[in-house]
Design a protein around this ligand. Structure first.
Ligand SMILES: *Cc1c(COP(=O)(O)O)cnc(C)c1O
Length: 382
């Protein structure tokens, strides 16, 4: 599915998907144009609405997810914004997990309230807390699992089950795991949203996003929002992600294996490592029930910001970079980069300390990564 799913060959029979860099489409007649606009005739009208390369990617993502339908967006944040705003109105309420990607927290804490949509923030790993936060006007549960950067796990079956029992839509940000490692819909999620910038492209090339759901949700709720607001993915970027998906499974598998080895090494060298694939992760069993492996990302702790920065500065192979899901190993200090924009109080509540580092483990030889970390730890006096 990742290799061939969604492919639509043109008249030339190309093996690799064609890139249709066009904003518009020509019609054979005025009647045909009119029929396309009324929907009587299937076909493209304008690339904000449809594009052949983008459609191939959307079909492939839906197949990988096991979703009835999917639509792509220009970035992960465009996907998260669309997935929420398309179904929320003033007076609605949502419940969201406290540990989330910084910009996702900005949506729940700063943007949505401006439009009269209130959010209650809960500890995502405290399942009964989700039920307690429900109000008569609660429309959406929103969370990511594993969460960035604390690797906290939300119990998908339990939390999506609570949502379902109350007629609430669950929106899951699956960027960390992707469909290669975790299928939230199999546990009852209604909407799965992606930053395809991460493991789906997997080679650090383009920004992209996607939202998956039922045909009814996509056609009746999501499409009116995205067609008119225009967070459209470029056909070129769609093509790059199509290429990325061809190798998603094997990259994910190898990067998870490397991450487990690196996590094991770090456990012997630093006070604390958070990796869902390690038995020491507080929710290891739950993680292994809903994921096929521990993922490509781990976090670990040294003493303080000075030590964390010294460790980063001592790296020779691993890059100092805040991206994730890349085939290159990348490390960042969340409290001074990705989560710099959230208040110290919110960072504390998430467990993001000044000594926390986040590592995306890539496709390099894991022994080289371990040697680089060992050298940098020594250089930092750790
Ligand atoms: C990166 C990321 C996003 C945002 O995606 P962009 O493609 O950078 O806009 C959202 N959620 C999670 C969990 C992410 O890691």
């Amino acid at each position: 599915m990742g290799v061939r799913g969604g492919t639509a060959r043109s008249e030339f029979g190309e093996t690799s998907e064609a890139i249709f860099m066009t904003s518009g489409y020509a019609y054979d007649s005025a009647g045909q144009a009119a029929a396309r606009f009324t929907g009587e005739q299937q076909g493209m009208t304008y690339s904000r609405l449809q594009n052949p390369t983008v459609e191939m990617l959307e079909k492939r993502i839906a197949l990988l997810e096991g979703a009835e339908s999917a639509r792509t967006m220009a970035s992960g944040m465009a996907a998260m914004t669309a997935a929420l705003l398309c179904q929320l109105s003033a007076g609605d309420h949502l419940v969201a997990a406290r540990t989330m990607f910084g910009s996702c927290r900005w949506l729940t804490d700063s943007l949505l309230p401006r439009f009269g949509i209130e959010a209650t923030i809960v500890d995502g790993s405290d399942t009964p807390g989700w039920e307690k936060a429900i109000r008569p006007n609660t429309k959406v549960f929103f969370f990511e699992t594993p969460a960035n950067p604390t690797l906290e796990i939300v119990d998908l079956a339990a939390v999506c089950g609570i949502a379902k029992a109350h007629g609430i839509a669950s929106v899951v940000d699956n960027a960390f795991a992707t469909a290669a490692l975790q299928r939230p819909m199999a546990f009852g999620a209604d909407v799965v949203a992606y930053s395809a910038t991460k493991l789906m492209d997997g080679q650090g090339r383009v920004l992209a996003g996607a939202v998956c759901g039922t045909e009814a949700f996509v056609n009746d709720v999501l499409l009116p929002f995205v067609r008119n607001t225009g967070p459209t993915l470029s056909p070129f970027n769609a093509w790059v992600v199509l290429k990325g998906l061809e190798t998603l499974d094997i990259r994910a598998e190898r990067q998870c294996r490397n991450a487990l080895q690196v996590a094991g090494f770090l456990e012997s060298r630093v006070p604390r490592v958070l990796y869902p694939g390690l038995a020491s992760h507080p929710q290891h069993e739950l993680a292994m029930r809903q994921m096929t492996a521990g993922g490509t990302i781990l976090s670990f702790f040294v003493g303080d910001r000075r030590e964390a920065h010294a460790l980063l500065d001592g790296l020779e192979l691993i890059d100092i970079s805040n991206n994730i899901g890349d085939s290159r190993s990348l490390m960042t200090h969340p409290s001074s980069t990705t989560h710099m924009g959230v208040s110290e109080e919110v960072r504390d509540s998430m467990g993001i300390t000044e000594g926390m580092l986040r590592l995306n483990v890539g496709l390099e030889d894991p022994q080289d990564l371990i040697e680089d970390l060992d050298r940098a730890l020594n250089a930092a006096g750790l």
